[in-house]
Design a protein around this ligand. Structure first.
Ligand code: HEC
Ligand code: HEC
Ligand code: HEC
Ligand code: HEC
Length: 305
């Protein structure tokens, strides 16, 4: 069955919104945990916490499946050669599965006879998942781009992670045992992990962090067809893209040279071009009134044949 282009574009948008919802839900679960904490916004009742957890899982799964449904090219990013930020998203989805399904009451009681080990596992998985999600969202540039927005999101994530460390404040009531707060103390490897995860979120502010996250884990062998329309880029100076024309050092095609084994190339072809092409499309420089495609893959790579 073939859907009209507008339906496909709409499905893609919905897929992205679902992804954003999943990220917001995961952040909310860390910012507002079940137990009161010194830095937390407000504790969330357990049934609500569980509900938000299921919403996060459902929307994240919907995000992946609908993205693939709307644009088959996305499958390129499910290969081993996928960029790190896509891996980060997929690993986070796996962790989300481990954070929700085994946490259902019947399974939880069977897997963790006492509460403390469950709580520690839950904290460890969350501490790994949150920075991965933030890295995934920031690198796609769909909702978050520019230093200010990145700083806000990375900052909230880092605070939430440090907040999970802060433990329960000592309640004033006489019914609370004096040792209650100490009883909640976290083991030092977990504290180190939470601090590392917080630092990892803040590392996204480092210039070039998203370019690095766009690199594949495994080097890709075959190029992917791209259609580049010059007639759509007449407003952009040739030299902006054909940087080699300025000094006549190379007149090959961009991709031919950028995919070569030249030692002076600092980034892989995909990382370099996605950052460059999509970067301008997402945030066109002032004299540009329009912008090119910012979503989907087929707009640049053509449909899968
Ligand atoms: C704004 C245009 C644009 C969009 C949108 C776009 N790409 Fe690309 N992509 C390129 C360009 C340009 C290259 C570099 C040329 C090349 O290597 O084929 C590239 C390279 C790649 C490569 C590496 C190919 C190689 O030669 O090593 C993969 C894989 C890829 N893109 C997948 C995707 C996927 C998956 C999506 C959608 C999630 C996507 N692209 C969206 C323009 C785009
Ligand atoms: C937005 C970036 C961009 C701008 C601006 C741009 N080009 Fe290109 N140009 C490309 C890309 C990407 C290719 C490679 C297309 C391909 O491989 O399908 C290319 C290919 C070419 C080629 C063919 C090279 C070859 O050997 O196949 C010529 C010639 C060319 N451009 C000239 C120009 C001129 C002249 C201008 C200014 C009027 C210009 N381009 C502006 C990105 C750009
Ligand atoms: C003859 C080889 C060659 C050709 C052809 C070539 N490049 Fe490059 N390009 C390089 C090298 C070398 C660098 C610097 C190392 C790096 O940043 O990876 C570079 C850097 C870049 C950068 C990063 C610039 C920056 O300021 O960080 C972009 C973007 C880029 N190239 C885009 C293109 C586009 C688009 C084309 C085609 C229109 C093209 N290149 C053609 C070799 C080439
Ligand atoms: C400096 C800014 C800039 C850069 C860099 C840039 N683009 Fe564009 N691109 C635009 C603008 C602006 C438009 C919209 C032109 C219009 O709608 O008339 C556009 C349009 C397009 C379109 C047409 C979409 C459609 O509606 O048909 C494609 C495809 C495209 N760009 C691919 C690329 C690829 C691939 C690269 C990288 C090699 C690239 N662009 C780099 C600014 C840029």
């Amino acid at each position: 069955m073939k859907f009209p282009a507008t339906v496909i574009a709409f499905a893609w948008e919905i897929a992205q919104v679902l992804g954003a919802l999943a990220a917001v839900a995961m952040l909310a679960l860390c910012v507002a945990p079940v137990r009161r904490r010194r830095l937390a916004v407000a504790p969330l009742a357990l049934p609500r916490h569980e509900l938000v957890g299921w919403v996060a899982l459902g929307t994240a799964l919907g995000h992946v499946l609908l993205s693939i449904g709307a644009d088959r090219r996305v499958l390129e990013h499910l290969k081993a050669t996928a960029p790190v930020y896509e891996w980060a998203g997929l690993v986070a989805l796996g962790l989300l599965l481990l954070l929700t399904v085994p946490a259902t009451e019947s399974l939880r009681r069977r897997l963790w006879p006492t509460h403390r080990p469950f709580r520690l596992t839950h904290l460890v998985l969350s501490a790994i998942a949150l920075p991965l999600v933030v890295a995934h969202v920031v690198t796609t540039g769909r909702y978050i781009h520019g230093l200010v927005l990145t700083a806000i999101v990375a900052g909230i994530a880092a605070l939430a992670l440090v907040g999970l460390l802060a433990g329960r404040p000592r309640a004033a009531g006489p019914e609370v045992r004096a040792g209650a707060a100490r009883g909640q103390a976290l083991p030092s490897p977990l504290i180190a992990l939470l601090l590392l995860a917080a630092a990892g979120s803040l590392a996204l502010l480092y210039p070039g962090a998203t370019l690095a996250l766009r690199e594949g884990l495994v080097r890709r062998q075959q190029p992917l067809r791209v259609g580049f329309p010059h007639e759509k880029h007449t407003e952009v100076n040739c030299i902006r893209c054909h940087h080699n024309y300025a000094d006549h050092t190379g007149l090959e095609t961009c991709i031919g040279c950028h995919r070569s084994a030249r030692a002076d190339l600092k980034a892989g072809a995909e990382a370099r071009f996605h950052e460059f092409c999509v970067g301008c499309h997402r945030a066109p420089e002032p004299p540009l009134s329009k912008h090119g495609p910012t979503t989907g893959c087929t707009t640049c790579h053509g449909p899968v044949r």
